[in-house]
Design a protein around this ligand. Structure first.
Ligand SMILES: [Zn+2]
Ligand SMILES: [Zn+2]
Length: 267
């Protein structure tokens, strides 16, 4: 299994997850031309995608989904609430998902779980295949225990670390927006992300990417310091943490099993 972070933040989110020939575009929130270019950079054409997987309908996650899906006949996997908001003309491309069920897409089992966020039926995902396990959860106001459970034993966790409370409250956002971001249906603070990872205790994710960082109310330094401090205190200082970039493709991860398979036998 391999995962690329193409972009992550309120200006547009986009990841690719690939496993044994199954390629999923997870989020489609950047302009279509850029997504096409990014796919091209890893040797993929939009027609080759097995599916577009969306967490929710906010524009920074879904902007180009309808166009890409209809132009290239790629099905969209999302909750009914998200699919409804997209106004798909061709409903044969809609694949409605229910939280708690398992949906095999090619070689990958897609396992959606409900998260608290201010839109209709937002989801997070756990992806499992013969070569790896990854989970992604961004845009959630807090982490209920049934969500935190999804982070256990994954090889890669992509988790929102949206804001530093001090930067948010002393920053330039209007009061209502500060309330929205920090509310139970808003976004996750750095400390809340750290606590959620730490709650996995003896079954933590092997690698963590902190994602959807606010450009106004956070910085990679703030996110990394806060999360690392919490993990160290809880005996998880060994878990590697990186931060995604707002608009750049900056991270690629390959699971240990997939890496072994790529190595020549007698190198
Ligand atoms: Zn978002
Ligand atoms: Zn959102």
């Amino acid at each position: 299994m391999q995962v690329w972070s193409f972009a992550s933040g309120s200006d547009g989110n986009c990841y690719v997850l690939e496993s044994e020939g199954t390629s999923l575009l997870v989020e489609c929130g950047r302009p279509y031309s850029q997504i096409k270019e990014l796919l091209d950079s890893i040797g993929l054409q939009p027609d080759e995608l097995s599916g577009i997987v969306l967490t929710h309908a906010h524009g920074d996650h879904s902007r180009s989904a309808r166009f890409l899906s209809q132009t290239h006949r790629v099905p969209i996997y999302a909750s009914r609430g998200t699919l409804g908001a997209l106004n798909l003309e061709d409903l044969s491309l809609a694949r409605p998902l229910d939280s708690g069920k398992v949906y095999p897409v090619g070689q990958v089992d897609v396992k959606p779980f409900a998260v608290p966020h201010d839109c209709r039926e937002p989801l997070g995902f756990r992806f499992e295949s013969g070569t790896g396990r990854a989970a992604i959860a961004t845009d959630l106001g807090w982490v209920p225990s049934n969500v935190a459970r999804q982070f256990k034993d994954v090889d890669l966790l992509v988790l929102e670390a949206n804001y530093d409370p001090h930067l948010l409250h002393t920053g330039t956002y209007p009061y209502f927006l500060k309330q929205r971001v920090s509310g139970t249906y808003g976004h996750l603070s750095n400390a809340a992300a750290g606590e959620a990872i730490a709650s996995c205790q003896d079954r933590p994710p092997a690698v963590v990417w902190l994602a959807h960082l606010s450009e106004h109310n956070n910085s990679p330094k703030h996110a990394l310091q806060t999360v690392a401090r919490i993990l160290r205190r809880r005996g998880l200082g060994h878990v590697p943490i990186k931060t995604t970039h707002h608009r750049r493709s900056n991270l690629r991860w390959t699971s240990a099993v997939a890496r072994e398979r790529q190595l020549p036998m007698f190198a």
